[in-house]
Design a protein around this ligand. Structure first.
Ligand SMILES: NC(=O)c1ccc[n+]([C@@H]2O[C@H](COP(=O)([O-])OP(=O)(O)OC[C@H]3O[C@@H](n4cnc5c(N)ncnc54)[C@H](OP(=O)(O)O)[C@@H]3O)[C@@H](O)[C@H]2O)c1
Length: 354
């Protein structure tokens, strides 16, 4: 069955409701001495995944200049050589790679990176262009210039929509507090109103906090502002599909997960305990768990598109076809009940920090 399509606000165009997240196929990368990539991946394996995504009806492909330091964009460019440009919705990002410029958001640097991105992809426009980082220098000295460049690119028709990332946990009301969490939300709202993005990316999965009826979550906030939402990490970077019988994964030093506390053995053991009931109820195959992960994300945000990371054709086939058998309401209720207690505690702790 072909992947369904949805209308993406902000871009005001149809996209496949499941998109190909192409960070993972960039492979190893470091930036400013930090791992920002994934484990090594063979070129042909990565490309086979992209080609399979296209065959299964994916039109939305998300990449960035730093994903594999251009490798991810070039792989997509290869796909584009055999695909009609108008059939694809291409998203890329700028903001982490400073090159020899003083800052990644120096206007000249943004324009240079944009030109390289178009060159890598072999296209003359992007559908979505994201300000990837929220670091606009001391006193946000590069913010106004970055916004000007993005809006200029949009006016010239070189990009169709501007995007930014949203905080991992967000309730609009938290800004009214007076602690560190309030400061994060206040800052993000400030950026949101300065940048006027058309689309935001959001980390969202079964491990995300649940918000109370009094809290405005990012999906409701985005709807109110006519902003589209792309969900990332619906699979929690592989954590939700992991077979608990397998030993903890070992990542190369260039895979950013090698430094992520969530992937340490003790955190994995804690997660396994949280997921135990879910796995008993639904099974432990990647297909069964993908159906829960992707289905859960979309039931909460049916007007969003989900970006799915993958490392080969088999992985993307499993995640793209998992909704051929959509989650029933009783299954959604079960998942919510199994996570309700845990997630409510997380949300209330976040509110408490305010
Ligand atoms: N994460 C961010 O901060 C961010 C920011 C902006 C945009 N995005 C976009 O969102 C996309 C999705 O996020 P993500 O890639 O970080 O995380 P994700 O989609 O939650 O997870 C991707 C990982 O899940 C595992 N996986 C996928 N299909 C599988 C299957 N069938 N069976 C077993 N494991 C499977 C693979 O892990 P293994 O590698 O272990 O096999 C894969 O690398 C990115 O690629 C990017 O385009 C992400």
């Amino acid at each position: 069955m072909s992947v369904q399509r949805c209308f993406l606000r902000g871009l005001d165009a149809e996209v496949s409701v499941l998109g190909a997240g192409c960070w993972t196929i960039g492979g190893p990368a470091t930036n400013r001495g930090l791992p920002i990539g994934w484990d090594h991946i063979e070129e042909e394996e990565a490309f086979a995944g992209l080609a399979r995504a296209r065959e299964l009806g994916v039109s939305l492909f998300d990449t960035a200049d730093v994903y594999g330091l251009g490798r991810s964009e070039r792989l997509l460019g290869r796909l584009l050589r055999d695909t009609r440009r108008a059939d694809l919705v291409l998203s890329s990002k700028v903001g982490y790679f400073a090159g020899t410029a003083c800052h990644p958001y120096h206007p000249d640097q943004i324009r240079r990176q944009f030109a390289t991105t178009l060159d890598n992809l072999g296209t003359d426009y992007l559908d979505l262009y994201f300000l990837h980082s929220t670091d606009f220098g001391d006193n946000d000295q590069y913010l106004a210039g970055a916004v000007e460049v993005m809006h200029d690119l949009r006016e010239q028709g070189l990009i169709r929509a501007v995007g930014i990332r949203a905080p991992h946990t967000f309730a609009e009301q938290w800004a009214a507090g007076n602690d560190e969490h309030a400061a994060t939300i206040t800052r993000w709202l400030h950026l949101f109103h300065q940048i006027h993005p058309d689309v935001v990316t959001v980390r969202y999965n079964v491990l995300s906090p649940r918000y109370t009826a009094q809290e405005t979550d990012i999906f409701t906030f985005a709807r109110r502002h006519h902003v589209g939402v792309l969900i990332k990490q619906a699979l929690a970077q592989g954590l939700l599909l992991r077979d608990p019988a397998c030993p903890p994964p070992v990542f190369s030093p260039t895979d950013h997960r090698s430094r992520d506390p969530q992937f340490q053995p003790s955190a994995l053991a804690t997660l396994d305990r949280k997921l135990a009931a879910l796995r008993t109820r639904f099974g432990t195959t990647p297909a069964a768990l993908a159906r829960i992960a992707v289905g859960y994300a979309l039931q909460h945000a049916p007007d969003a598109a989900v970006l799915l990371g993958f490392r080969n054709a088999d992985q993307i086939t499993t995640t793209l076809t998992c909704l051929d058998n959509p989650l029933r309401q009783d299954e959604i209720d079960d998942i919510t009940a199994l996570f309700h207690h845990h997630n409510e505690r997380l949300a209330s702790r976040a509110v408490h920090r305010d």
